[in-house]
Structure formats: structure tokens, C-alpha cells
Design a protein around this ligand. Structure first.
Ligand code: UD1
Ligand code: CA
Length: 457
């Protein structure tokens, strides 16, 4: 039977107090709605429709990489039932099951969703509601049962004090039979505390018509947690990170302090890597085996090989570090820096769009930008590639085995040939041929007794 998915993501998310759409707030590095779309995709639906409204253009723009999503704009936003109605033109001809998801409920699993569809289909219900029994039901719609049967759902703001003591809540996730669905949704009024068209009212409508309504109750409450505030976002963040840390430890990674391991969902780390406290691994970062990553390091969208040591407080973005290299403390790699096997980048060294060959060393205080640096090169302290002439960025090439003396400026475009030497304190404006020595600093002048003579005056 066909399955169609609708994701509701038009609401303002008032309680977030944010200029940004709620569903784009990030949970462990990924926008909330990405979790929902990934789970939905596991059902292999015939179609997936996202209802957008508040900041619609931004939500749509953030999702352009998803193929085959349809968007409908709900404007104004008159409630969850009204949101579903906006999809009617797209789904009027559709048959089978409609699965309705909330863009702000990120941790629902594909297994639960499959159970929902299976239960809905096998029970031939008009609607199936995912529920959970929670400690603190505040804010959620409550499941009112008569006997075993679900009779209706009542929102927090409309509930009597007796109904508020019910701890079984509506997750906002449902399966509906498409046949007759939109007719029923049209009949939902807005006679309630919020003057909104509530989708959960469908339960009472179907029951009145003598149709069957089923429930699926999940035991892992985190699965159906909706995010409505920053505090709820922080709580789920903690949960997701905790889970990630457990997975990595199970795979052989040592975490000195799992509570301060800030790893995004898609990060991978190899066995026998040791990670000290307060390390952030973000985006599409992979770290190899047998590495040691010290405190305060942040690595974003980068690939780290095996046996790499990263000392404290390095920032690495969009870069690559190959096997056996060592970095830091306080190194900065960005924008496609590529550090070769066994190379060493020391403290206060910045690399941008630079390949740094195997076994090369830049131990202290250097800026290497837009450069191609060969193997076994030595970069002295205070070396700077002057890559910007005020108009464009220019390339520096340093060939294998070259030695750049401390405090040198390499004014790009410029090449230092294989095995060549650059004397300390040089400003290199012309290419240095292989095997030669270039010095540009003037001859030293020494004035004897200068200090003594000055004192006398
Ligand atoms: C909703 C349910 C409540 C349930 C809870 C679970 C209703 C009336 N209540 O309450 O029973 O316990 O979810 O999390 O449905 N949205 C739109 N257009 C609108 C209004 C909302 O697209 O006009 C979207 C929101 O962006 C959000 C979702 O629908 O993704 C749920 O809306 P929200 O306002 O968060 O509903 P709750 O008050 O949490
Ligand atoms: Ca909500």
C-alpha cells in the first residue's frame, strides 16, 4: 500500500524566542528537520510534502539538497489541522496511508514509524496516534480513553484539571487512511482556547462516526520529545551526544570525559584513539585510529588520518591531516589545508589552502597561505607567505628539502627551488633556484661601546 509523508514545519516556534525558523535549529550539528526527513525516508514514501510558512523561504533554501521533496506554504498558520489542509491539492488523488510528522520531533526512530504504519494498516483504522506515558505531561495534548479505547485528545490549554493529570500524551505523529481524510479535516472547527484548527480533534470526529482509531505507545520517551524551547533543545542535545559517545566507546574509542565530548551525529572515530575533555568534532569529520586529540580542540568537516597527535586548542576546518602528523598547540588549519604524512605543525602556525608535504616541519609562528610545500621542508619561526597583493591571492611554491630561515617573507607569486636555502630575515621577491642560498637582509652594522657612550650624554 502507498505511504505518503507530510512534515509540519510552518509554525513560528514562539517559545524558541528566535529570529530563525525552529526546524533549522541544530541538534548535534544537524537542523531538526533533517532528522525527521531521514526517518521519513526509511519508509520509502511515494511522496513527501513539507508544510512551510514562517520563514518559508529559508526553510526551503536549507532543504534544496533533498531530491523529490514537495513544499506547500501555509499562510497564515491557523493550526495543525489547517496545516494538513494545505496539502490537499497535492494529495487529493493519493491513496493508501498518510504519515504525519512534526518537523520539531527529531528523535523518532524508523522502527517506530514502521510499527505505526504496520499497526495502522493491519487494524484498518481511520487514524493511528503515537502516544507515550511521561512523567511530566505539561504542554502536550492528553489522550482521553474510555475503557481501553482512545476517545479524544485534549490540549493542555483546553483540559480540565482532571484531564491534566493524564500522563499519556499525544506525540503529534499519526498515520491516517487517505480515504475520506480531507473531508474529516475540513470539519474541524477552531472552538478552543487558542482559536486554532487542531488536528488531534480528528480522533473525536472519527470516533463519533464509529470509525476505528488505534494507538501505538512508545516506551522510549525521547523518541517523541518535541522541541519547543532552548531548554528542551539543550536537553535533547545532551541525549544525542551521550548516545554518540556511547557508540564511539563501544567501537573502541577512549573518551576521557564523555560528558564534554561534543561530537556531531555523522562523525566517525577509529579504534584506540584517545580523546581528552572538551573536544568538538563537527560536521562530516572523520578521525582515524590510534590518534590522540587533546583538550580544547575543534575539528570541523575535516579528515584526520591514523596516529595523528593534535595538541591543545587547535582549530581545523575543511582540511586534511595525514597519518602520523602532529599539530599544535594552537595551530589553525583552514580552507583545504592538507598536512602530509608525519609532518609537524607547531604552535601559532596557520595554514590556508596549502599542501604541506610529508615530513615537513613548521614548528612555530608562521602563516602559510595559498602555498604548495614539498616534502622534508623546514619552515623557520616567523615565516610568512605574503599571498595577497591587495587585489588577488598569489601562489607560493616551496620544493622538496628547502630550508626557509626564521622571520622570512615570501612575496608571492614566488618559488623556492628544491633543496634551496633562504637566510633568516629575508624578504624573497624573486624565485630561488634549486640548491642556491638567498639572503636579502643587509650586512650587519655593530657600533662598539654604544651603550656606554649614550649613558655619558
Ligand atoms: C501539538 C499537538 C499536541 C501534541 C504536541 C506534540 C496540536 C493542536 N497539538 O502541540 O497534541 O501533544 O504537538 O509535540 O496539534 N504547525 C504548522 N502550522 C500551524 C501550526 C503548527 O505547520 O499552523 C507545525 C509546527 O511547526 C510544528 C507542529 O506543527 O512542527 C506542531 O505544532 P506546535 O505548535 O509545536 O504544536 P504543540 O503545541 O507542540
Ligand atoms: Ca511542538
Amino acid at each position: 500500500m502507498d505511504v505518503h509523508v507530510v512534515v509540519l514545519a510552518a509554525g513560528k516556534g514562539t517559545r524558541m524566542k528566535s529570529a530563525h525558523p525552529k526546524v533549522l535549529h541544530r541538534l548535534a550539528g544537524l537542523p531538526l528537520i533533517e532528522y525527521v526527513l531521514a526517518t521519513a525516508a526509511a519508509l520509502h514514501p511515494r511522496s513527501t510534502v513539507v508544510v512551510i510558512g514562517h520563514e518559508a523561504a529559508r526553510v526551503r533554501a536549507a532543504l534544496t539538497h533533498h531530491r523529490g521533496l514537495a513544499f506547500v506554504v501555509q499562510e497564515p498558520q491557523l493550526g495543525t489541522a489547517h496545516a494538513l489542509l494545505t496539502t490537499e491539492p497535492l494529495l487529493a488523488q493519493a491513496t493508501g496511508t498518510l504519515v504525519l510528522l512534526s518537523g520539531d520531533v527529531p528523535l523518532l526512530t524508523a522502527e517506530t514509524l514502521q510499527t505505526l504504519v504496520d499497526r495502522h494498516t493491519s487494524s484498518q483504522a481511520a487514524a493511528t496516534v503515537v502516544t507515550a506515558v511521561v512523567e511530566d505531561p505539561y504542554g502536550y495534548g492528553r489522550i482521553v480513553r474510555v475503557g481501553e479505547q482512545i476517545a479524544r485528545i485534549v490540549e493542555e490549554k483546553d483540559a480540565t484539571s482532571a484531564e491534566r493529570t493524564i500522563r499519556e500524551i499525544n506525540s503529534g505523529i499519526y498515520a491516517f487512511s487517505l480515504e475520506g481524510l480531507f473531508d474529516a479535516v475540513h470539519s474541524i472547527a477552531a472552538e478552543n482556547a487558542q482559536r486554532e484548527h487542531y488536528l488531534p480533534d480528528l480522533v473525536a470526529i472519527f470516533r463519533r462516526r464509529g470509525q476505528h482509531v488505534e494507538t501505538v505507545t512508545v516506551t522510549n520517551v525521547a523518541e517523541i520529545r518535541g522541541i519547543n524551547s532552548r531548554a528542551e533543545l539543550a536537553a535533547l542535545n545532551r541525549k544525542v551526544r551521550e548516545q554518540k559517545a556511547l557508540e564511539l566507546m563501544a567501537a573502541g574509542v577512549t573518551l576521557d570525559d564523555p560528558a564534554t565530548a561534543y561530537f556531531d551525529r555523522d562523525v566517525t572515530v577509529g579504534a584506540d584513539t584517545i580523546i581528552h575533555p572538551n573536544v568538538s568534532l563537527e560536521g562530516r569529520t572523520t578521525v582515524g585510529r590510534g590518534c590522540e586529540i587533546h583538550s580544547g580542540v575543534r575539528i570541523v568537516n575535516s579528515t584526520i588520518g591514523d596516529g595523528v597527535v593534535v595538541l591543545n586548542h587547535c582549530l581545523i576546518t575543511d582540511s586534511r591531516v595525514r597519518d602520523g602528523a602532529s599539530l599544535g598547540p594552537f595551530a589553525h588549519l583552514r580552507n583545504a589545508a592538507d598536512i602530509g604524512d608525519g609532518a609537524h605543525i607547531g604552535n601559532f602556525v596557520e595554514l590556508k589552502k596549502t599542501t604541506f608535504g610529508a615530513g615537513s616541519k613548521a614548528g612555530h609562528l608562521a602563516y602559510l597561505g595559498d602555498a604548495t610545500i614539498g616534502e622534508k621542508v623546514n619552515i623557520g619561526a616567523g615565516t610568512i607567505t605574503c599571498n595577497y597583493d591587495g587585489e588577488r591571492k598569489n601562489q607560493t611554491t616551496i620544493e622538496d628539502g628547502a630550508f626557509i630561515g626564521s622571520d622570512s617573507q615570501l612575496v608571492a607569486p614566488v618559488t623556492v627551488g628544491k633543496g634551496a636555502y633562504v637566510g633568516s630575515g629575508s624578504t624573497i621577491r624573486e624565485n630561488v633556484p634549486p640548491g642556491s642560498l638567498a639572503v636579502s637582509a643587509g650586512k650587519q652594522r655593530t657600533i662598539p661601546d654604544w651603550v656606554k657612550n649614550r649613558r655619558k650624554k
